[in-house]
Ligand binder design. Sequence first.
Ligand SMILES: [Zn+2]
Length: 87
Amino acid sequence: MPHVCSAYNCSNRSDKTKDITYFRFPLENEKLTQQWVVNMKRDKWYPTKSSFICSMHFEEKSMYFVNERRRLLANAVNAFVERDLQR
Ligand SMILES: [Zn+2]
């Protein structure tokens, strides 16, 4: 199963994109998850274990690289609801 981004209006999915990382929600940290959910700006929506959000919604400074894969800093919060995919 490809990972699909849950962000509003984002159609990124892992089998169609390169150079985009898909993060799980920090469900073990309810407070942080709430913050992510608020920033998602989606109505009546809450993530599950199988929800993902792609790296396009995070500032570069919220991420670091391990073996060319993006990781999120602890307590990183999604910053962008939508973002121009072209840079
Ligand atoms: Zn996305």
